[in-house]
Ligand binder design. Sequence first.
Ligand code: EPZ
Length: 413
Amino acid sequence: MVIRGGRPLSGRVEVSGAKNAVLPAIVASLLIDEPLTIGNVPDLRDVETQLALVEALGKAISRDGDTLVITGEASRAEAPEEVVSRMRASFLCLGPLLARFGEAHVPLPGGCVIGARPVDLHLEGLRRLGAEVEVCEGVVHARGRLHGGEVWLRYPSVGATEQLLLAGAVIPEPVEVVNPAREPEVMDLARLLSAMGAEISFSEDRITIQGGKLRGTGHHVIPDRIEAGTYLLAGAITGGEVEVAGARPEHLTALLVKLEECGVGIAVEGRTICLKARVPWSGVEVETAPYPGFPTDLQPQFTSFLALARGRSVIWERVFESRFGHVGELLRMGARITLQGQAILIEGVEGLRGAEVVATDIRAGAALVLAGLAAHGETRINGLDHLRRGYENIEGKLAQLGAEVWVEELNVT
Ligand code: EPZ
């Protein structure tokens, strides 16, 4: 992707369905033999991968625009290696397969550039519910009849919470997840599972789910708060004025508060967030945390924004141990950033210059897009497939905001 930066963005974009809500919803189809209809599905590489997984397990997919209908019966308890190694979210099929077949064989998901990303909380949780789990040669083998119980998570892991909700939906006794994740995407999965017939209740420290015979249903996926935040930051970093429509502003409170602290103007009208940049904007201190804290998935993008703030900023990355792949690339564009343990120390600079850079993961790629939009000259971002995993029609939406952006296919000789 090539971006000729340096001009303020203005205009309106529509938010697509949330990647991190639709990926668990697709896996929930393994729990039933009746049709599951999912609306507001974004056109993303990761969605294709998750659909390939459930097809490999026996489901049939039909698609009409942004609506999916998943039918048929899961007929295999073994997830294909090439799919799971491509995308971590496919590991969520372990619980459903185990709960349905009494056994499951799923390869360990690969780590990635943002950290080791172990799955110990997933495995310990399923063991608490009666599973015998062993890992050999990189494959998780689980077997046994699952029963109810109380599972305490030492960390409110999004994936582990979703894994336990998916398994609990078909266990006819109460499963209590103590210290669960409360991200909007987790709550969206809970909403889907209740619509399918599970009984779910929430208290201050736990989610309780009681499963049983589930039925098909229709589900409309929530909008993607990380995509929405990324486009708001595109307006802010270029000194522009943008409207992000079809969002859920209440899912972005931590970002909106921080943007206002930097001096940026924010107005919320229903499901549209209107942003009016303020130039220059001030540096701030922020730390990432589980929801409703500042989302780690907006940390790289916010790093780019603060690279051009006036004065110093500090961002503490408290969720992943090494989510700093974007920093080296930003330095090559003229940013002044140093890393100290989990802290990203930023000295604001007057401007960035376009450069040839490499995206190492979805959100690092988004950070480089934002830096390129603000930089003088042309920025060439390699590793477009990372962006395609998480951002639907990103060049179209950026062009809608007035960005000069195009894609060049590398003719690899
Ligand atoms: C989900 O990943 C998201 N992915 C991530 O978004 C997001 O960054 C993350 O939640 C945190 O919000 C999807 O929903 C598909 P975690 P997940 O389990 O479930 C540690 C994006 O760009 N941990 O909450 O993997 C883990 O190492 C992606 O869209 C364990 O130690 O996140 C990490 O440090 C990136 N053991 C922390 O917990 C476990 O068993 C948070 O991980 C599980 C997690």
